[in-house]
Design a protein. Structure first.
Length: 178
């Protein structure tokens, strides 16, 4: 349980980002709201996550021992522009027919029509990222890795984890970004 709580702590630290260009906003008693990041790295992270979604779905269906914290990330529109997207982590994920269903893991900042704990249904092609922990190591979590890797708080975030991140596992980090 302690490991699962630390896992969700990380999800909350890096829970949302929008496509606006502001600095990270530190919120007392809540997770940082990260709005400044490498757009190119994030696009690569999402592409890699989407290309490996079947891996997540297979493990989710079977849930082998030593796996926990199954979550997905989806972009939710807010405001009047289709470019206004807040990416939110959804936990307690399960397959429901051809879709995924779970609970919003955090209180969204911009997509205020969503509430923490609210059940949402997500089509597979809407999944921007996925993650779980297996044998104390992060699997997936591409957008989290992109945010941590480029963050000035990288060491602080890493120290707060109770699981490992194998940085070499993420191909998008090896690609040049402009």
């Amino acid at each position: 349980m302690k490991r699962l709580l630390a896992y969700f702590f990380l999800c909350l630290i890096l829970s949302v980002h929008s496509q606006e260009k502001d600095a990270a906003i530190e919120r007392t008693g809540k997770s940082d709201y990260i709005k400044s990041f490498s757009e190119a790295r994030m696009r690569l992270a999402i592409q890699e996550a989407q290309s490996n979604l079947d891996t997540f779905l297979n493990v989710l269906q079977n849930q082998p021992p030593n796996t926990s914290g199954f979550s997905i990330r989806k972009g939710f529109n807010f405001g009047n522009s289709p470019e206004n997207i807040e990416f939110v982590w959804i936990g307690d994920v399960r397959l429901v027919g051809e879709n995924l269903e779970g609970q919003v893991n955090n209180s969204p900042v911009d997509a205020t029509y969503l509430k923490k704990g609210q059940t949402v249904r997500v089509q597979k092609d809407e999944v921007a990222d996925w993650m779980y922990v297996e044998n104390n190591e992060l699997r997936g979590g591409y957008t989290l890795v992109a945010l941590i890797h480029g963050s000035p708080k990288k060491e602080q975030y890493e120290r707060s984890l109770t699981f490992r991140i194998d940085w070499d596992r993420y191909d998008f980090l090896k690609k040049p970004t402009k």
